[in-house]
Ligand binder design. Structure first.
Ligand code: 5GP
Ligand code: MG
Length: 481
Protein backbone atom coordinates (compact mmCIF):
# COMPACT_ATOMS: atom_id res chain seq x y z
CA UNK A 1 0.00 0.00 0.00
CA UNK A 2 2.06 2.89 -1.27
CA UNK A 3 0.39 6.17 -0.82
CA UNK A 4 1.34 9.64 -1.73
CA UNK A 5 -1.39 11.61 -0.01
CA UNK A 6 -2.28 15.05 1.24
CA UNK A 7 -3.11 15.82 4.86
CA UNK A 8 -4.39 18.89 6.68
CA UNK A 9 -5.45 19.84 10.21
CA UNK A 10 -7.03 23.10 11.35
CA UNK A 11 -7.93 24.75 14.69
CA UNK A 12 -9.90 28.01 14.59
CA UNK A 13 -11.18 30.46 17.19
CA UNK A 14 -14.92 30.26 16.59
CA UNK A 15 -15.64 29.59 12.95
CA UNK A 16 -16.39 26.19 11.42
CA UNK A 17 -13.28 24.51 10.04
CA UNK A 18 -15.11 22.64 7.26
CA UNK A 19 -14.68 25.24 4.49
CA UNK A 20 -11.00 26.00 5.16
CA UNK A 21 -10.38 22.25 5.28
CA UNK A 22 -12.20 21.83 2.00
CA UNK A 23 -10.18 24.61 0.31
CA UNK A 24 -6.95 23.13 1.68
CA UNK A 25 -7.82 19.75 0.23
CA UNK A 26 -8.51 21.44 -3.11
CA UNK A 27 -4.99 22.91 -2.91
CA UNK A 28 -3.60 19.45 -2.19
CA UNK A 29 -5.64 17.64 -4.85
CA UNK A 30 -2.51 16.81 -6.87
CA UNK A 31 -1.38 14.61 -3.96
CA UNK A 32 -4.37 12.31 -4.22
CA UNK A 33 -7.40 11.89 -6.44
CA UNK A 34 -8.92 8.64 -5.25
CA UNK A 35 -10.82 9.83 -2.20
CA UNK A 36 -11.29 12.89 -0.04
CA UNK A 37 -12.42 13.22 3.55
CA UNK A 38 -12.95 15.66 6.39
CA UNK A 39 -13.59 14.95 10.07
CA UNK A 40 -14.48 17.86 12.37
CA UNK A 41 -15.19 18.10 16.10
CA UNK A 42 -17.67 20.53 17.65
CA UNK A 43 -16.52 20.09 21.26
CA UNK A 44 -19.00 17.29 21.88
CA UNK A 45 -18.72 14.91 18.97
CA UNK A 46 -17.09 14.16 15.63
CA UNK A 47 -18.65 14.84 12.25
CA UNK A 48 -17.27 12.96 9.30
CA UNK A 49 -17.64 12.92 5.54
CA UNK A 50 -15.36 10.70 3.50
CA UNK A 51 -16.05 9.83 -0.11
CA UNK A 52 -14.42 8.40 -3.21
CA UNK A 53 -13.47 10.84 -5.95
CA UNK A 54 -12.11 14.33 -6.36
CA UNK A 55 -12.55 16.98 -3.68
CA UNK A 56 -15.00 18.98 -5.81
CA UNK A 57 -17.18 15.91 -6.30
CA UNK A 58 -16.88 14.41 -2.83
CA UNK A 59 -18.42 17.34 -0.93
CA UNK A 60 -21.72 19.06 -1.64
CA UNK A 61 -22.88 22.22 0.18
CA UNK A 62 -24.99 20.11 2.58
CA UNK A 63 -22.00 17.95 3.48
CA UNK A 64 -19.93 20.99 4.39
CA UNK A 65 -22.87 22.44 6.31
CA UNK A 66 -23.10 19.30 8.44
CA UNK A 67 -19.41 19.29 9.35
CA UNK A 68 -19.68 21.40 12.48
CA UNK A 69 -16.96 22.60 14.76
CA UNK A 70 -13.87 24.81 14.65
CA UNK A 71 -11.39 21.92 14.65
CA UNK A 72 -10.80 19.21 12.10
CA UNK A 73 -8.56 17.13 9.88
CA UNK A 74 -8.73 16.27 6.18
CA UNK A 75 -7.16 13.93 3.69
CA UNK A 76 -6.86 13.29 -0.04
CA UNK A 77 -5.77 9.82 -1.03
CA UNK A 78 -3.53 8.90 -3.92
CA UNK A 79 -4.91 6.33 -6.32
CA UNK A 80 -2.95 3.12 -6.28
CA UNK A 81 -2.92 0.84 -9.30
CA UNK A 82 -4.90 -1.85 -7.51
CA UNK A 83 -8.63 -1.94 -6.98
CA UNK A 84 -10.43 1.14 -5.78
CA UNK A 85 -10.80 0.56 -2.12
CA UNK A 86 -13.41 2.50 -0.14
CA UNK A 87 -12.30 0.93 3.11
CA UNK A 88 -8.96 2.78 2.95
CA UNK A 89 -10.36 6.25 2.38
CA UNK A 90 -9.36 8.66 5.15
CA UNK A 91 -9.37 10.28 7.68
CA UNK A 92 -9.66 7.05 9.61
CA UNK A 93 -11.81 7.60 12.68
CA UNK A 94 -12.44 5.49 15.71
CA UNK A 95 -13.99 5.97 19.14
CA UNK A 96 -12.66 4.25 22.21
CA UNK A 97 -12.63 4.43 25.98
CA UNK A 98 -10.53 7.55 26.29
CA UNK A 99 -12.09 9.52 23.47
CA UNK A 100 -12.33 9.78 19.70
CA UNK A 101 -9.51 9.76 17.16
CA UNK A 102 -9.36 10.78 13.51
CA UNK A 103 -6.15 10.20 11.57
CA UNK A 104 -4.94 11.38 8.18
CA UNK A 105 -1.71 9.77 7.00
CA UNK A 106 0.74 10.47 4.20
CA UNK A 107 3.45 7.86 3.87
CA UNK A 108 3.92 4.20 4.41
CA UNK A 109 5.05 2.16 7.40
CA UNK A 110 7.43 -0.71 6.80
CA UNK A 111 6.55 -2.57 10.01
CA UNK A 112 2.76 -2.21 10.10
CA UNK A 113 2.16 -5.96 9.81
CA UNK A 114 4.23 -6.67 12.88
CA UNK A 115 2.33 -4.14 14.99
CA UNK A 116 -1.02 -5.25 13.60
CA UNK A 117 -0.29 -8.87 14.55
CA UNK A 118 0.69 -7.85 18.03
CA UNK A 119 -2.40 -5.68 18.56
CA UNK A 120 -4.66 -8.34 17.03
CA UNK A 121 -3.31 -10.80 19.61
CA UNK A 122 -4.33 -8.31 22.28
CA UNK A 123 -7.89 -8.24 20.93
CA UNK A 124 -7.86 -5.23 18.61
CA UNK A 125 -10.16 -5.76 15.62
CA UNK A 126 -9.06 -4.29 12.27
CA UNK A 127 -11.41 -3.29 9.48
CA UNK A 128 -8.79 -2.66 6.77
CA UNK A 129 -5.31 -3.79 5.83
CA UNK A 130 -4.11 -0.19 5.86
CA UNK A 131 -1.27 1.00 8.07
CA UNK A 132 -3.18 4.10 9.22
CA UNK A 133 -5.57 1.93 11.18
CA UNK A 134 -2.56 0.31 12.84
CA UNK A 135 -1.32 3.72 13.98
CA UNK A 136 -4.82 4.61 15.22
CA UNK A 137 -5.11 1.45 17.33
CA UNK A 138 -1.62 1.73 18.69
CA UNK A 139 -2.23 5.32 19.71
CA UNK A 140 -5.64 4.50 21.18
CA UNK A 141 -4.05 1.83 23.31
CA UNK A 142 -1.26 4.11 24.50
CA UNK A 143 -3.78 6.82 25.34
CA UNK A 144 -5.33 4.48 27.90
CA UNK A 145 -2.09 4.59 29.86
CA UNK A 146 -0.59 7.99 29.14
CA UNK A 147 -1.29 11.61 28.26
CA UNK A 148 -1.39 12.69 24.63
CA UNK A 149 2.26 13.67 24.24
CA UNK A 150 3.62 10.53 25.89
CA UNK A 151 1.18 8.34 23.99
CA UNK A 152 2.33 9.80 20.66
CA UNK A 153 5.95 9.36 21.69
CA UNK A 154 5.30 5.76 22.56
CA UNK A 155 3.64 5.10 19.18
CA UNK A 156 6.50 6.86 17.36
CA UNK A 157 8.96 4.56 19.10
CA UNK A 158 7.12 1.57 17.64
CA UNK A 159 6.32 2.52 14.08
CA UNK A 160 9.06 2.50 11.44
CA UNK A 161 8.81 4.15 8.05
CA UNK A 162 7.35 7.22 6.50
CA UNK A 163 4.55 9.21 8.10
CA UNK A 164 3.30 12.75 8.07
CA UNK A 165 0.14 12.67 10.15
CA UNK A 166 -2.60 15.03 11.12
CA UNK A 167 -4.56 13.65 14.05
CA UNK A 168 -7.58 14.81 15.99
CA UNK A 169 -7.98 13.45 19.53
CA UNK A 170 -11.40 14.64 20.70
CA UNK A 171 -11.15 18.28 19.60
CA UNK A 172 -7.37 18.59 19.80
CA UNK A 173 -5.61 18.72 16.42
CA UNK A 174 -2.01 17.61 16.17
CA UNK A 175 0.62 17.00 13.53
CA UNK A 176 3.45 14.48 13.57
CA UNK A 177 6.34 14.11 11.13
CA UNK A 178 8.41 10.94 11.14
CA UNK A 179 11.96 11.13 12.55
CA UNK A 180 13.46 11.06 9.04
CA UNK A 181 11.12 13.75 7.69
CA UNK A 182 10.42 11.62 4.65
CA UNK A 183 7.21 13.39 3.63
CA UNK A 184 6.59 17.11 4.03
CA UNK A 185 4.41 18.75 6.69
CA UNK A 186 4.26 22.42 7.62
CA UNK A 187 2.60 24.84 10.04
CA UNK A 188 0.65 27.91 8.94
CA UNK A 189 -0.89 30.85 10.77
CA UNK A 190 -4.30 32.24 9.86
CA UNK A 191 -5.99 35.40 11.15
CA UNK A 192 -8.08 33.31 13.52
CA UNK A 193 -6.21 30.05 13.95
CA UNK A 194 -3.55 27.61 12.86
CA UNK A 195 -3.20 24.99 10.18
CA UNK A 196 -1.03 21.95 9.54
CA UNK A 197 -0.69 20.89 5.91
CA UNK A 198 1.36 18.67 3.63
CA UNK A 199 2.32 21.67 1.53
CA UNK A 200 2.45 25.41 2.01
CA UNK A 201 0.29 25.98 -1.08
CA UNK A 202 -2.67 24.95 1.11
CA UNK A 203 -1.78 27.70 3.60
CA UNK A 204 -1.51 30.24 0.76
CA UNK A 205 -4.98 29.25 -0.41
CA UNK A 206 -6.32 30.22 3.03
CA UNK A 207 -4.45 33.57 2.91
CA UNK A 208 -2.31 32.34 5.78
CA UNK A 209 1.41 32.64 6.48
CA UNK A 210 3.82 29.72 6.45
CA UNK A 211 5.31 29.58 9.96
CA UNK A 212 7.79 26.76 9.30
CA UNK A 213 8.12 23.07 8.48
CA UNK A 214 7.30 20.57 11.18
CA UNK A 215 10.70 19.17 12.13
CA UNK A 216 11.52 15.51 11.65
CA UNK A 217 10.50 13.69 14.83
CA UNK A 218 8.42 16.62 16.07
CA UNK A 219 4.87 16.70 17.45
CA UNK A 220 2.86 19.91 17.02
CA UNK A 221 -0.29 20.33 19.12
CA UNK A 222 -2.65 23.10 18.04
CA UNK A 223 -4.54 24.85 20.83
CA UNK A 224 -8.23 23.91 20.67
CA UNK A 225 -9.24 27.58 20.59
CA UNK A 226 -6.97 28.44 17.65
CA UNK A 227 -4.77 30.69 19.81
CA UNK A 228 -1.42 29.01 19.16
CA UNK A 229 0.46 25.73 19.25
CA UNK A 230 2.93 23.76 21.36
CA UNK A 231 5.76 21.66 20.01
CA UNK A 232 7.62 18.63 21.33
CA UNK A 233 10.75 17.18 19.79
CA UNK A 234 9.92 13.55 20.56
CA UNK A 235 12.53 11.66 18.55
CA UNK A 236 15.99 12.80 17.44
CA UNK A 237 17.74 11.18 14.50
CA UNK A 238 21.26 11.81 13.18
CA UNK A 239 20.12 11.91 9.58
CA UNK A 240 16.97 12.82 7.74
CA UNK A 241 15.61 10.93 4.74
CA UNK A 242 13.74 13.59 2.81
CA UNK A 243 12.16 12.24 -0.37
CA UNK A 244 13.93 14.06 -3.24
CA UNK A 245 11.03 13.13 -5.50
CA UNK A 246 8.78 15.58 -3.64
CA UNK A 247 10.93 18.35 -5.12
CA UNK A 248 11.21 16.67 -8.51
CA UNK A 249 7.62 15.68 -9.13
CA UNK A 250 5.07 15.40 -6.36
CA UNK A 251 4.84 18.75 -4.71
CA UNK A 252 3.33 21.83 -6.29
CA UNK A 253 5.96 24.18 -7.70
CA UNK A 254 4.46 27.01 -5.63
CA UNK A 255 4.99 25.14 -2.35
CA UNK A 256 7.97 25.69 -0.08
CA UNK A 257 9.36 22.45 1.35
CA UNK A 258 12.23 22.34 3.82
CA UNK A 259 12.81 26.02 3.13
CA UNK A 260 13.13 25.68 -0.63
CA UNK A 261 10.55 26.87 -3.11
CA UNK A 262 9.87 23.80 -5.24
CA UNK A 263 9.77 25.86 -8.44
CA UNK A 264 13.26 27.24 -7.76
CA UNK A 265 14.57 23.78 -6.96
CA UNK A 266 13.25 22.46 -10.27
CA UNK A 267 14.72 25.34 -12.24
CA UNK A 268 18.08 24.81 -10.54
CA UNK A 269 17.91 21.11 -11.33
CA UNK A 270 17.19 22.07 -14.95
CA UNK A 271 20.23 24.36 -14.96
CA UNK A 272 22.37 21.52 -13.62
CA UNK A 273 21.00 19.26 -16.31
CA UNK A 274 22.34 21.65 -18.94
CA UNK A 275 25.70 21.88 -17.13
CA UNK A 276 26.02 18.10 -16.98
CA UNK A 277 24.66 16.96 -20.28
CA UNK A 278 23.43 19.88 -22.35
CA UNK A 279 23.02 19.11 -26.03
CA UNK A 280 22.80 21.70 -28.79
CA UNK A 281 19.50 21.68 -30.60
CA UNK A 282 17.22 24.16 -32.30
CA UNK A 283 14.50 24.04 -29.71
CA UNK A 284 13.85 22.92 -26.12
CA UNK A 285 10.35 21.67 -25.28
CA UNK A 286 9.02 20.98 -21.80
CA UNK A 287 6.86 17.92 -21.31
CA UNK A 288 3.87 19.61 -19.67
CA UNK A 289 3.26 20.16 -16.89
CA UNK A 290 5.84 18.40 -14.79
CA UNK A 291 8.81 19.14 -17.07
CA UNK A 292 8.17 22.85 -17.38
CA UNK A 293 10.31 24.34 -14.59
CA UNK A 294 13.20 22.01 -15.47
CA UNK A 295 13.01 23.03 -19.13
CA UNK A 296 13.01 26.73 -18.35
CA UNK A 297 16.10 26.35 -16.12
CA UNK A 298 17.77 24.21 -18.76
CA UNK A 299 17.05 26.66 -21.58
CA UNK A 300 18.11 29.63 -19.46
CA UNK A 301 21.45 28.01 -18.62
CA UNK A 302 21.94 27.15 -22.29
CA UNK A 303 21.27 30.74 -23.28
CA UNK A 304 23.64 31.97 -20.55
CA UNK A 305 26.27 29.82 -22.24
CA UNK A 306 25.66 31.68 -25.48
CA UNK A 307 23.80 28.96 -27.40
CA UNK A 308 20.78 30.12 -29.33
CA UNK A 309 18.43 27.37 -28.26
CA UNK A 310 14.82 28.45 -28.49
CA UNK A 311 12.45 27.61 -25.61
CA UNK A 312 9.01 26.74 -26.93
CA UNK A 313 5.75 25.22 -25.85
CA UNK A 314 5.68 22.55 -28.52
CA UNK A 315 3.44 20.07 -26.77
CA UNK A 316 -0.14 20.84 -25.88
CA UNK A 317 -1.66 19.07 -22.94
CA UNK A 318 -5.31 18.16 -22.76
CA UNK A 319 -6.05 19.07 -19.18
CA UNK A 320 -9.10 16.85 -19.00
CA UNK A 321 -7.08 13.66 -19.24
CA UNK A 322 -5.82 12.65 -15.84
CA UNK A 323 -3.89 9.83 -14.32
CA UNK A 324 -2.27 8.19 -17.34
CA UNK A 325 0.35 6.87 -15.01
CA UNK A 326 -1.96 4.61 -13.06
CA UNK A 327 -3.99 3.17 -15.90
CA UNK A 328 -3.95 -0.59 -15.51
CA UNK A 329 -2.66 -1.80 -18.89
CA UNK A 330 0.25 -0.66 -21.01
CA UNK A 331 -2.03 -0.28 -24.03
CA UNK A 332 -4.32 2.08 -22.14
CA UNK A 333 -1.37 4.07 -20.82
CA UNK A 334 -0.01 4.54 -24.34
CA UNK A 335 -3.37 5.64 -25.68
CA UNK A 336 -3.75 8.02 -22.77
CA UNK A 337 -0.39 9.69 -23.44
CA UNK A 338 -1.48 10.25 -27.05
CA UNK A 339 -4.77 11.67 -25.84
CA UNK A 340 -2.98 13.87 -23.33
CA UNK A 341 -0.20 15.37 -25.44
CA UNK A 342 -0.27 16.69 -28.98
CA UNK A 343 2.61 18.45 -30.75
CA UNK A 344 2.42 21.92 -32.28
CA UNK A 345 3.89 21.07 -35.65
CA UNK A 346 5.30 24.47 -36.57
CA UNK A 347 7.61 24.51 -33.53
CA UNK A 348 9.02 21.10 -34.43
CA UNK A 349 9.05 20.47 -38.17
CA UNK A 350 12.55 20.20 -39.63
CA UNK A 351 14.17 21.00 -36.30
CA UNK A 352 16.42 19.28 -33.83
CA UNK A 353 14.46 19.04 -30.61
CA UNK A 354 15.29 18.43 -26.95
CA UNK A 355 12.44 17.40 -24.68
CA UNK A 356 12.75 17.81 -20.93
CA UNK A 357 10.76 15.79 -18.44
CA UNK A 358 11.09 15.38 -14.70
CA UNK A 359 11.39 11.60 -14.68
CA UNK A 360 11.16 8.37 -16.60
CA UNK A 361 9.39 5.56 -14.79
CA UNK A 362 8.10 2.90 -17.17
CA UNK A 363 9.21 4.85 -20.22
CA UNK A 364 5.71 5.13 -21.68
CA UNK A 365 5.69 8.92 -21.94
CA UNK A 366 9.12 9.35 -23.52
CA UNK A 367 8.68 6.46 -25.95
CA UNK A 368 5.40 7.88 -27.17
CA UNK A 369 6.72 11.42 -27.37
CA UNK A 370 9.83 10.57 -29.35
CA UNK A 371 7.69 8.80 -31.92
CA UNK A 372 5.14 11.60 -31.96
CA UNK A 373 7.78 14.29 -32.49
CA UNK A 374 9.49 12.34 -35.25
CA UNK A 375 6.14 11.86 -36.95
CA UNK A 376 5.60 15.60 -36.64
CA UNK A 377 8.82 16.18 -38.58
CA UNK A 378 11.53 16.55 -35.92
CA UNK A 379 14.98 15.77 -37.33
CA UNK A 380 16.46 14.67 -34.05
CA UNK A 381 14.88 14.11 -30.65
CA UNK A 382 17.05 14.33 -27.56
CA UNK A 383 15.68 13.51 -24.14
CA UNK A 384 16.94 15.11 -20.92
CA UNK A 385 15.54 14.09 -17.53
CA UNK A 386 15.64 16.22 -14.37
CA UNK A 387 15.99 13.22 -12.05
CA UNK A 388 18.35 10.25 -11.93
CA UNK A 389 17.27 6.93 -13.47
CA UNK A 390 14.61 5.21 -11.37
CA UNK A 391 15.88 1.70 -10.84
CA UNK A 392 14.03 0.50 -7.74
CA UNK A 393 10.50 0.66 -6.36
CA UNK A 394 9.39 3.15 -3.73
CA UNK A 395 8.20 1.69 -0.44
CA UNK A 396 7.71 5.03 1.22
CA UNK A 397 4.47 6.34 -0.11
CA UNK A 398 4.76 6.47 -3.86
CA UNK A 399 3.11 4.05 -6.22
CA UNK A 400 6.07 3.66 -8.51
CA UNK A 401 5.48 0.40 -10.33
CA UNK A 402 7.32 -2.82 -9.67
CA UNK A 403 10.99 -3.34 -10.43
CA UNK A 404 10.11 -5.36 -13.56
CA UNK A 405 8.14 -2.45 -14.97
CA UNK A 406 10.85 0.17 -14.44
CA UNK A 407 12.54 0.75 -17.77
CA UNK A 408 15.90 1.62 -16.17
CA UNK A 409 16.01 -1.37 -13.82
CA UNK A 410 18.76 -3.67 -15.05
CA UNK A 411 19.48 -1.59 -18.18
CA UNK A 412 22.04 1.12 -18.74
CA UNK A 413 21.33 4.53 -20.28
CA UNK A 414 22.17 3.41 -23.81
CA UNK A 415 19.71 0.54 -23.60
CA UNK A 416 16.99 2.86 -22.38
CA UNK A 417 17.83 5.39 -25.13
CA UNK A 418 17.45 2.66 -27.73
CA UNK A 419 14.22 1.43 -26.22
CA UNK A 420 12.61 4.88 -26.24
CA UNK A 421 14.03 5.59 -29.71
CA UNK A 422 15.75 8.87 -28.81
CA UNK A 423 18.88 10.23 -30.52
CA UNK A 424 20.38 10.82 -27.09
CA UNK A 425 19.31 10.47 -23.46
CA UNK A 426 20.75 11.78 -20.21
CA UNK A 427 19.55 11.80 -16.66
CA UNK A 428 20.65 14.18 -13.93
CA UNK A 429 23.27 12.69 -11.60
CA UNK A 430 22.45 11.76 -8.02
CA UNK A 431 25.18 14.08 -6.75
CA UNK A 432 23.71 17.02 -8.64
CA UNK A 433 20.32 16.34 -7.04
CA UNK A 434 21.78 16.28 -3.53
CA UNK A 435 23.90 19.36 -4.15
CA UNK A 436 21.11 21.35 -5.75
CA UNK A 437 18.65 20.52 -3.00
CA UNK A 438 21.29 21.52 -0.44
CA UNK A 439 21.27 18.14 1.31
CA UNK A 440 23.97 15.63 2.04
CA UNK A 441 23.27 12.36 0.26
CA UNK A 442 22.66 10.64 3.57
CA UNK A 443 19.96 13.16 4.49
CA UNK A 444 17.86 12.16 1.48
CA UNK A 445 15.85 9.07 0.68
CA UNK A 446 17.36 7.97 -2.64
CA UNK A 447 16.01 4.42 -2.56
CA UNK A 448 14.33 4.57 -5.97
CA UNK A 449 17.51 5.74 -7.73
CA UNK A 450 20.15 3.79 -5.79
CA UNK A 451 18.27 0.66 -4.67
CA UNK A 452 19.51 1.34 -1.13
CA UNK A 453 16.94 2.55 1.34
CA UNK A 454 17.18 4.52 4.56
CA UNK A 455 14.78 2.02 6.12
CA UNK A 456 14.93 -1.62 6.96
CA UNK A 457 12.87 -3.21 4.17
CA UNK A 458 12.61 -6.92 3.62
CA UNK A 459 14.81 -8.17 0.76
CA UNK A 460 16.19 -4.68 0.05
CA UNK A 461 19.56 -3.11 0.85
CA UNK A 462 19.93 -0.18 3.21
CA UNK A 463 22.31 2.78 2.94
CA UNK A 464 22.69 3.45 6.67
CA UNK A 465 22.64 2.14 10.18
CA UNK A 466 18.88 1.87 10.56
CA UNK A 467 17.39 2.17 14.00
CA UNK A 468 14.55 -0.28 13.82
CA UNK A 469 12.12 -0.53 16.72
CA UNK A 470 11.72 -3.91 18.37
CA UNK A 471 8.04 -4.67 18.69
CA UNK A 472 6.60 -6.72 21.53
CA UNK A 473 7.96 -7.39 24.98
CA UNK A 474 7.38 -4.79 27.67
CA UNK A 475 4.75 -2.41 26.36
CA UNK A 476 4.48 -0.11 29.36
CA UNK A 477 4.59 3.58 28.53
CA UNK A 478 6.76 4.31 31.55
CA UNK A 479 9.58 2.28 30.05
CA UNK A 480 10.52 4.85 27.43
CA UNK A 481 9.96 8.12 29.25
P1 5GP B 1 6.55 6.97 -17.57
O1 5GP B 1 5.71 7.45 -18.68
O2 5GP B 1 8.02 6.91 -17.90
O3 5GP B 1 6.07 5.68 -16.98
O4 5GP B 1 6.38 8.01 -16.38
C1 5GP B 1 7.00 9.26 -16.44
C2 5GP B 1 5.99 10.34 -16.47
O5 5GP B 1 5.07 10.14 -15.40
C3 5GP B 1 6.64 11.68 -16.25
O6 5GP B 1 6.06 12.61 -17.14
C4 5GP B 1 6.33 12.04 -14.82
O7 5GP B 1 6.02 13.42 -14.71
C5 5GP B 1 5.14 11.21 -14.48
N1 5GP B 1 5.24 10.59 -13.15
C6 5GP B 1 6.35 10.25 -12.45
N2 5GP B 1 6.03 9.68 -11.29
C7 5GP B 1 4.70 9.65 -11.21
C8 5GP B 1 3.74 9.20 -10.24
O8 5GP B 1 4.09 8.67 -9.19
N3 5GP B 1 2.44 9.39 -10.55
C9 5GP B 1 2.03 9.94 -11.71
N4 5GP B 1 0.72 10.09 -11.93
N5 5GP B 1 2.89 10.37 -12.67
C10 5GP B 1 4.19 10.23 -12.42
MG1 MG C 1 4.87 14.33 -16.37
Amino acid sequence: MHEKCGVVGIALEDRDAARPLYYSLYALQHRGQESAGIVTHDGFQQHSHVEMGLVGDAFGPDDLESLNGPNGVGHVRYPTSGSVDACCAQPFSVSFKSGSLALAHNGNLVNADEIRDELADLGHAFTSDGDTEVIAHDLARNLLEADLVRAVKRTMSRIHGSYSLTIMHDDTVLGVRDPEGNRPLCIGELDDGYVLASESAAIDTLDGELVRDVKPGELVVLHDDGSGFDTYQLVEQDHTAHCFFEHVYFARPDSTIDETLVYDARRDLGRQLWEESGVESDVVLPVPDSGRAFASGYAEAAQDDGTDIEFAEGLMKNRYVGRTFIMPTQDERERAVRLKLNPIKSTIEGKTVTIIDDSIVRGTTSTQLVELLKDAGAEEVHVRIGAPAIVSPCYMGIDMATREELIAAGQDVDDVRDEIGADSLSYLSIDAVAETLGNARDDLCLGCVTGEYPYDIEDEATDRDVHRPVIGGDASVEADD
